[in-house]
Design a binder for this molecule. Structure first.
Ligand code: AHR
Length: 831
């Protein structure tokens, strides 16, 4: 199979390692250009832009004032107060905890005078923004001073020396006084850090004060201060401060430094607005795009699945405009009638689904409809007469079950009728439904991603292809900010596998994209920022390499390395339940040609329970609590065995868990009748191994179950029928993949060294001619797999580019520890 190539010629190696103790432990990479490859979707790499972690409000959206419309103490939509909490009808806690009348994100500084303030919940600037601030100055602050209300911004207001900022505020004098106001940035100690904008109220209604201030210094934790020098009562609403230099200098625009980091990734698509944000924790708090159109002061603010109120300042036009600016295809994720499954789901009654359907089709009309149509005309009024690029539409996010499926079909029917040419994405392989792609999400550990290089190799090609919409290492090994060197490398290995299976994986995006370092919603972001600074994690830089080095066609590539681990599985066995009561008997383990365990003679040695109510009745083991739990036993040295048992479901929602390979830090199980008793799937540490298969478990019936591991393959049988044959996940020490960039006529090779020592890569090429004598090599690596970038050290791990002689002169490239390399060289590809 493997032929060494004549092109392994003269001698130069590139040294991209830190230590000099390179072991001559060679890796051979066979780039087989004479074998057929797979076409790679030109829109493969995109971004998932969700309002989470204050990624949009307080981040990408340029607004610097937090709680600008004083709506933050307004209770969440669709929740009732129970004790101190706001709870949905299904019992989910919204996370809202502001007291009535309170003024989050603002401070009152009396500066020696006397004043009181509170939020009034009615008669704000307009009907969509009913709350406003009332300040009653009973004793002015005195000579040269003024009572001040000060906005703290999103963990500080950031000004850059010399930059200009557009300020807007609305005031209303309720005591008939003419209120002089001064608006400026201050350093928290009363020292001005910007020029001052002055204004006064006129008449009894709201007066808009608008102008520009310029920063005198760079400061990341300033306040925006409104000074009220005279006595009387004044109302304040909608206070805004934007950099004048937003992305493309658009009004109500985007923060240009964050936008640039996104643009540098050259995303081919933008999935928005969520995520869980779309589904919410009550039907009333689901994403309503119509909140986010029209004059920005009139946009309704709504409580968010991530425990803060979203302003919709970045609304439909702004999202679509951003896509256009990025030259990226929009991907609209629309609510499907089931609220978030992780937030005690609720369902829009089938008879009331028309608003859900309309919300989706109206958005599509807004985006691409004729400018004379009802919603297309609103886009035109907003200044974008031409339709935007055709979006993809995903109906629902992470929704499951028959309730979702029925609603999906209802939404799809109307969408397809009115917009038949749009690509539609479903949350999974919905039986008897129409869709073009399935959205799969993988949050897992570095070891899982490393072991899933071959994840899609055995994908059932008869199924619809996949959009891997959310991918990230989320376990502690990824570091506190996630996306460290180790996490990035493992994600890279998974992406190489996706590229190799480009006929299955059509699109992929990381999640979440953005995180304010002080505003995280319990999540990371590949782009981190505060009020002035930005930094990409190592994952950001590595994904950017994939975005910008996408081949058009894959080239089959074989790797031989001494360090590939054997494909075997060792560990104890066990049984389990997921929200089910079940019983098990006649359990045997056979390996090495011998029956090493038989429950009828050995009982349950070393049994350990985790969750559930387990009891043994003779040689039958039973879980009686309709709960989730496992019962494991046996010997952790058992390796590559056949486990057989009989199982019967007594009651409950799902089916059985059959545990194998259970040892410290690792547990496999076969989940039968999982996912609402709709599918069977193998998992390791709850991460999927191979694809799930449709199937259910009936109550009251004994099933024969068999799990065997042999010759690197896991085989699962139910009543004698093979349900899965999946390769044992293999963790290798090195990985390689290749493809061809047809426009640049370049071969693109990706290599990963996941070990802590440098490795020598030798190459053999076939089916390629006219090979150039130079190659560019881009390497991202670190001695320490835990290393990450930060706001203080944003460039600790970034890619380094060099040019080398190609083929490498001594036939080898030495790649340092914990490294990913992208090698590009010119060649003609004959296949
Ligand atoms: O990316 C963060 C969240 O993870 C998304 O909102 C959701 O789709 C998933 O559960």
């Amino acid at each position: 199979m493997f032929r060494s190539s004549a092109i392994l010629a003269t001698a130069v190696s590139i040294c991209v390692f830190a230590t000099s103790s390179v072991k001559a432990q060679d890796v051979t990479v066979n780039i087989q250009g004479d074998k057929p490859g797979r076409s790679v979707n030109k829109n493969m790499y995109g971004i998932f832009l969700e309002e989470i972690n204050h990624g949009v409000d307080g981040g990408l959206y340029g607004e610097m004032i937090a709680n600008r419309a004083f709506e933050d103490s307004r209770p969440p939509e669709g929740f009732k107060k129970v004790g101190e909490k706001w709870i949905s009808d299904a019992g989910w806690d919204s996370g809202f905890n502001a007291q009535p009348g309170s003024v989050p994100r603002w401070q009152l500084d009396q500066r020696g005078g006397k004043a009181e303030w509170w939020v009034v919940p009615v008669s704000g600037l307009n009907k969509n923004s009913p709350y406003h601030l009332r300040v009653n100055v009973t004793q002015p602050a005195g000579s040269g001073k003024a009572t001040a209300v000060r906005n703290t911004g999103f963990w500080g207001v950031g000004f850059r020396k010399g930059a200009s900022y557009k300020v807007v505020a609305h005031i209303r004098s309720t005591t008939g006084d003419v209120r002089n106001v001064r608006i400026l940035g201050d350093d928290r100690y009363g020292n001005a850090v910007t020029s001052t904008l002055t204004g006064k109220s006129s008449g009894n209604g709201w007066t808009r004060i608008e102008g520009t201030i310029t920063a005198k210094k760079t400061i990341d934790n300033a306040l925006l201060t409104i000074e009220l020098p005279t006595k009387g009562t004044v109302d304040i609403d909608y206070v805004s401060c934007f950099p004048v230099n937003t992305l493309n200098n658009r009004p109500n625009g985007l923060r240009s430094d964050i936008a640039k980091m996104i643009a540098d990734m050259k995303p081919a698509f933008v999935r928005f607005p969520g995520g869980c944000v779309v589904e919410g924790g009550s039907p009333e708090m689901t994403y309503r795009w119509k909140d986010g159109i029209g004059p920005v002061e009139e946009r309704y603010e709504r409580w968010n699945a991530w425990n803060y109120r979203r302003t919709h300042g970045m609304g439909a036009l702004e999202y679509l405009q951003f896509c256009e600016d990025l030259k990226a295809q929009p991907m609209w994720v629309g609510f499907a009638g089931q609220t978030c499954i992780y937030r005690n789901p609720q369902y829009v009654p089938l008879a009331s689904m028309s608003w859900v359907i309309d919300d989706n089709i109206d958005f599509l009309q807004y985006a691409i409809g004729d400018p004379t149509s009802e919603w297309g005309s609103k886009r035109a009024e907003a200044g974008h007469i031409a339709p935007f690029a055709n979006p993809l539409i995903e109906i629902g996010n992470e929704n499951v079950g028959p309730e979702y499926e029925t609603r999906y079909k209802m939404v799809y029917a109307q969408v397809h009728k009115l917009f038949p040419s749009l690509t539609t994405i479903a949350d999974y392989n919905i039986p008897n439904a129409e869709f073009d792609l399935i959205d799969e999400h993988y949050y897992n550990s570095p070891s899982w991603f490393f072991s899933q290089f071959n994840f899609y190799d055995n994908y059932d090609r008869k199924q619809r292809p996949v959009y891997v919409g959310e991918v990230a290492v989320t376990t502690p090994e990824g570091g506190p900010d996630k996306g460290n060197m180790l996490a990035a490398l493992s994600e890279g290995v998974f992406l190489m596998g996706c590229e190799n299976n480009a006929d299955v994986v059509k699109m992929v995006s990381y999640a979440p994209l953005l995180a304010h370092v002080n505003g995280r919603s319990g999540w990371h972001g590949m782009i981190m920022f505060d009020s002035l600074r930005t930094a990409g994690t190592v994952s950001y830089h590595l994904w950017k390499l994939f975005h910008t080095n996408r081949p058009d066609i894959t080239i089959p590539t074989a790797v031989k390395s001494a360090g590939t681990t054997a494909k075997s599985i060792a560990g104890k066995v066990g049984v389990g339940t997921w929200l089910t009561s079940s019983e098990y008997k006649d359990i045997t383990v056979v390996y090495g040609g011998k029956t090493v365990y038989d429950s009828n003679t050995n009982g349950f040695p070393g049994a350990k329970t985790e969750g559930g109510i387990w009891q043994t009745f003779g040689n039958v083991i039973r879980q009686t609590g309709n709960e989730t739990g496992t019962y494991t036993f046996g010997d952790s040295s058992w390796t590559d065995y056949t486990l057989k048992l009989k199982a019967r479901k007594i009651s409950g929602d799902e089916g059985f868990l059959v545990v194998f390979g259970d040892r410290t830090g690792q547990r496999y199980w076969w989940n039968l009748g999982g996912w609402n008793n709709r599918e069977h799937g193998i998992e390791r540490n709850r991460g999927p191994i191979g694809q799930r298969v449709g199937g259910r478990i009936e109550t009251g019936r004994w099933y024969d179950i068999e799990v065997s591991v042999a010759s690197g393959v896991i085989t699962c049988k139910l009543d004698g029928k093979v349900i899965h044959t999946v390769p044992v996940p293999e963790t290798s020490d090195v990985y390689a993949s290749s493809g061809y960039d047809t426009a640049k006529k370049e071969v693109v090779v990706k290599l990963v060294n996941s070990t802590s020592a440098p490795r020598n890569f030798g190459f053999s090429l076939s089916g390629l001619t006219g090979i150039s004598n130079k190659a560019t090599v881009t390497i991202i690596r670190s001695d320490d797999p835990q290393t990450n970038n930060s706001l203080l050290e944003p460039n600790k791990v970034v890619p380094a580019v060099s040019t080398i002689t190609w083929p490498p002169s001594n036939g080898k490239i030495t790649l340092g520890s914990n490294a990913l390399a992208v090698i590009r060289f010119k060649a003609r590809h004959t296949k």
